[in-house]
Write a protein that binds this ligand. Structure first.
Ligand SMILES: *Cc1c(COP(=O)(O)O)cnc(C)c1O
Length: 409
C-alpha cells in the first residue's frame, strides 16, 4: 500500500496539468470584422447570423435563435412553447439555477422528478409520477454532457401532449442513439458562458426543431421584446410580454471562431472521460457514471459516486486525500438539490409573495427525490479540460485508484 500524500507520502501528480489558449487570432479577426460593420446590432450585422447558420449546419436543424445567456435561451424556449401562469414544468433537481429561472419568470411552477441513480439524469418513471392536469412541459437536463434517456421521455410527452425542452448547456455534440441532443425535443438550449465547452463570454442558442417557420418567428420574437422583425407580420406592437435577451455582434463574432473548435474540444473531452472510465470501472468502492446504450458523453465534467459501505473513510476524507495527490475535485456538483433552496422552501420567487406557487398543489420537501439527494451526498466531481495531456489523465486515474485502494474495506 502506497502512503497517501495527505499522510506525507509522494504526491501522484508531479507535473502541471496541460493548459491552452481558448481564444486566438481567429476570434480577433472576426471581432475586427464585426466592428468594421459599424453596427453591433444582430439584426443589421452578419456575425450573429453567420454564427447561427454555422450552428444550424453543424446540428442539421432548420432554425435557431441567439440569446444573451443559456438562462435566456431556456426562458425563450419556455416562452415560445407557450408556458404561462400556473403551468407546471417537470425538471431535474440537480442542475444550474438557469434551468428554473425562466420557468418562474413565466409564473409557471417547477416540479422536480427524481433521477436515475447512476446516469444522474431524469428517470422517465419518476417524470410520469409527477404528471398533473397542469403539466405542460418537460425540461430535461443532459447533465455533464451525458444524454437523458430520450426515447421514453418523448413517449410520455407525446402521450400527454407536452412540450419537451432540452437543456444542453453542458452537452455540446452529445449523441443519444445516434441523434444529437438538442434536436430531439421541441427546443434545444445551449449556453456559451465562459465555463462551457465554447465561450462567447456570455450567450446562448435555442434550436427550433419543429421546422415550422411560424415557430421560429415566435421564438425569435420572444428573445427580442416580442417585436416581430421577420416574416410577413413585421411590427412592434407586442401581444404579450417578452424580455430583451439579444446577442450582440461581438458575441456572434467570437462564436463563429469558437464553433470551429467545438468538434475537437468534444473529441478530447469524450476521450478523456472514456479513459477515466476504463481506468476506474473495476474499483468496488466507487461507481462510474452510466451512459445510455449506443450514446456518447462529451464530459463537461467527470463525476463518480463513492460506495461508502466499501470504504473506511468519509467522502470529505476521500476528497481531501485526492486533493493532496494533486487532483482538484469537489464534493458533489451543487450544495443541495434545487428544491431545498430557500426560495422553494419558503415559496418566495418574488419577495413578499408566494405567487406563482400558490396556483399549484406543489410541495418541496426533503426526500422528494431520494436518488438525486443520494447522488449529491456521495458524488465526487473532477473538473476536466480539453487541454489535458494523456499523462494528465493517467495521473488522475492513478490518484483516484491510490486513494480508493488505500481506504477500501
Ligand atoms: C450553464 C448552465 C445554464 C445557464 O447558462 P448561463 O449561460 O450561465 O445562463 C443552464 N443550465 C445548465 C445545465 C447549465 O450548465
Amino acid at each position: 500500500m502506497h502512503k497517501l500524500a495527505i499522510h506525507g507520502g509522494d504526491q501522484t501528480k508531479k507535473t502541471p496539468f496541460g493548459t491552452g489558449k481558448r481564444f486566438g487570432l481567429e476570434e480577433a479577426k472576426e471581432l475586427l470584422e464585426a466592428l468594421e460593420q459599424n453596427t453591433l446590432f444582430y439584426h443589421f450585422g452578419h456575425k450573429v447570423k453567420k454564427f447561427l447558420s454555422d450552428f444550424n449546419d453543424m446540428y442539421q436543424v432548420p432554425y435557431s435563435v441567439a440569446t444573451s445567456s443559456g438562462t435566456a435561451a431556456l426562458h425563450v424556449a419556455l416562452g415560445a412553447a407557450g408556458i404561462t401562469v400556473g403551468d407546471e414544468v417537470i425538471t431535474s433537481p440537480i442542475t444550474d439555477q438557469g434551468t428554473v429561472i425562466g420557468i418562474l419568470y413565466q409564473n409557471a411552477i417547477p416540479v422536480f422528478a427524481d433521477l436515475e441513480p447512476h446516469s444522474y439524469n431524469l428517470d422517465p418513471a419518476s417524470i410520469e409520477s409527477r404528471l398533473t392536469p397542469r403539466t405542460k412541459a418537460i425540461l430535461v437536463v443532459h447533465l455533464a454532457g451525458n444524454p437523458c434517456d430520450m426515447d421514453p421521455i418523448m413517449e410520455i410527452a407525446r402521450k400527454h401532449k407536452l412540450k419537451v425542452i432540452e437543456d444542453c448547456a453542458q452537452a455540446y455534440l452529445t449523441k443519444y442513439k445516434g441523434r444529437l441532443v438538442g434536436t430531439i425535443g421541441d427546443y434545444g438550449c445551449f449556453s456559451t458562458n465562459d465555463f462551457k465547452h465554447i465561450s462567447t463570454g456570455d450567450g446562448g442558442i435555442v434550436t427550433v426543431n419543429s421546422g415550422l417557420e411560424e415557430d421560429y418567428h415566435r421564438t425569435h420574437a420572444f428573445s427580442d421584446k416580442n417585436y416581430r422583425r421577420m416574416g410577413t407580420d413585421v411590427g412592434r406592437m407586442p401581444e404579450s410580454l417578452a424580455p430583451n435577451y439579444r446577442m450582440t455582434e461581438l458575441q456572434g463574432a467570437v462564436g463563429i471562431a469558437q464553433l470551429r473548435k467545438l468538434e475537437w474540444i468534444c473529441e478530447q473531452r469524450s476521450r478523456i472521460g472514456m479513459t477515466l472510465d476504463a481506468g476506474l470501472q473495476d474499483l468496488p468502492s466507487l461507481s462510474i457514471m452510466k451512459i445510455p446504450e449506443a450514446s456518447t458523453c462529451t464530459y463537461w465534467f467527470y463525476m463518480f459516486r463513492l460506495i461508502l459501505d466499501n470504504l473506511t473513510c468519509s467522502r470529505e476524507e476521500f476528497c481531501a486525500a485526492l486533493s493532496a495527490e494533486g487532483i482538484t475535485n469537489r464534493m458533489g456538483y451543487i450544495p443541495d438539490v434545487i428544491y431545498m433552496q430557500p426560495m422553494f422552501q419558503q415559496k418566495h420567487a418574488y419577495p413578499g409573495s408566494t405567487f406563482p406557487f400558490e396556483l399549484s398543489d406543489v410541495h418541496y420537501q426533503r426526500g422528494d427525490c431520494p436518488h438525486a439527494e443520494a447522488i449529491l451526498q456521495t458524488a465526487v466531481q473532477v473538473p476536466l479540460s480539453e487541454f489535458y495531456t494523456h499523462q494528465d489523465v493517467l495521473d488522475i486515474v492513478a490518484a483516484i485508484r491510490k486513494v480508493a485502494l488505500y481506504y477500501q474495506k
